[in-house]
Ligand binder design. Structure first.
Ligand code: AMP
Ligand code: MG
Length: 336
């Protein structure tokens, strides 16, 4: 079992669980794209509320720790966004009774740390995607709350709140979501989001024959390169069609041995896209501590020391470990 008394682990579990429960309340009461950011991705009341809640908890628990998180409150402070800010504040105040709109914006902006640069290492920080897979959330599909602790460029703790994934161990709680936690050197564990009492250890699959491999990819075709994934699958000999799923829930599925390979190829319309650290940090440790392997498309380890985006990595290949060498070879063969 992992060390349940560690303050960092306790914080990661509490923060992702509370944020996931908050997001579920928003989901039940009002799912609609609230605002549009510059990159035109939908941002909902839930993204802001989740980040505000975790920003508040982090500032209270580890006041010296920076937070590198996806959202910022600039758009919420515009007068036209007042009704949205009011809604965000209403949901946050269910968990933090003293919340008001000024405090909510401040807690969201707690996440504006840069995580260091190539020339300036931030020794310790947290990274958060308050809702990874916002488009899945809006569609009623998979999404997660993803939080990770990074020390000296290494992910030490990764937590995924997965409201749409059952933990697979407690049928009586099916449909109530799961919480997945990985601690470096201590494994990956899952529990029920509704009743987080018993933890079960996760292990990747032992599948080594690519013919039977189950390949996961983004639901959104714009986040990857669908025709190249098809070529990859042919080169490797994978027979089944890829499974489409939003968010780092894919890593939880791989860690549980219910999938074998995951690809993030570069979209033809955004060849210079760089992955964000909050989209990979928690999921990468969840996979590795379950026995899996994650690299970029060239087999390089993910470098978490370059700030908010990975500037030294391109794309992602994740696997159960056994299939990694053959998958890298297939990527080279198709020139990805
Ligand atoms: P997924 O649900 O696996 O498609 O991943 C969702 C994440 O993809 C979002 O949180 C975005 O940060 C990220 N994303 C947005 N645009 C792109 C893109 N063009 N290529 C790859 N990832 C992207
Ligand atoms: Mg994301």
């Amino acid at each position: 079992m992992f060390n349940l008394n560690s303050p960092e682990i306790k914080f990661a579990l509490r923060a992702t669980r509370q944020a996931s429960l908050l997001v579920r309340q928003v989901e039940a009461e009002l799912v609609s794209p609230a605002l549009t950011k510059d990159d035109r991705s939908p941002v909902t009341v839930a993204d802001f509320a989740s980040q505000a809640l975790i920003g508040y908890l982090l500032e209270k628990t580890f006041p010296a720790d920076p937070l590198v998180a996806e959202e910022d409150a600039a758009v919420l402070r515009q007068t036209t966004a007042a009704p949205i800010l009011e809604l965000v504040t209403e949901f946050v105040s269910r968990f933090i009774p003293q919340a008001d709109s000024t405090a909510v914006c401040k807690w969201i902006d707690y996440g504006q740390a840069d995580g260091g640069t190539e020339h300036r290492l931030t020794p310790r920080f947290w990274t958060l995607d308050p809702i990874d897979g916002t488009k899945g959330f809006l569609r009623g599909d998979q999404y997660v709350v993803a939080l990770a602790l990074i020390e000296q460029g290494q992910v030490q703790v990764g937590a995924l709140g997965c409201p749409g994934l059952s933990d697979g161990y407690r049928p009586e709680l099916d449909g109530q979501g799961s919480l997945v936690i990985a601690v470096r050197g201590q494994g990956t564990w899952t529990t029920s989001l509704a009743a987080p009492e018993n933890y079960d250890r996760l292990h990747v699959s032992a599948r080594s024959d690519p013919i039977q491999a189950r390949l996961l990819r983004s639901f959104e075709s714009g986040h990857t390169n669908v025709s190249q994934i098809d070529r990859f699958a042919r080169a490797l000999g994978v027979q089944a069609e890829p499974v489409l799923m939003d968010s780092q829930a894919k890593y939880a599925v791989l860690a549980a041995g219910k999938g074998d390979l995951l690809l993030r190829l570069l979209s033809a319309s955004k060849p210079d896209y760089r992955e964000k650290i909050w989209d990979q940090a928690a999921g990468s440790l969840v996979l590795e501590e379950a026995g899996g392997c994650i690299t970029d498309l060239y087999g390089r380890p993910l470098d978490f020391t370059t700030g908010r985006s990975f500037t030294h990595n391109r794309g992602i290949l994740a696997s159960n470990g056994s299939l990694h060498p053959a998958a890298l070879q297939a990527l080279r063969a198709i020139g990805a």
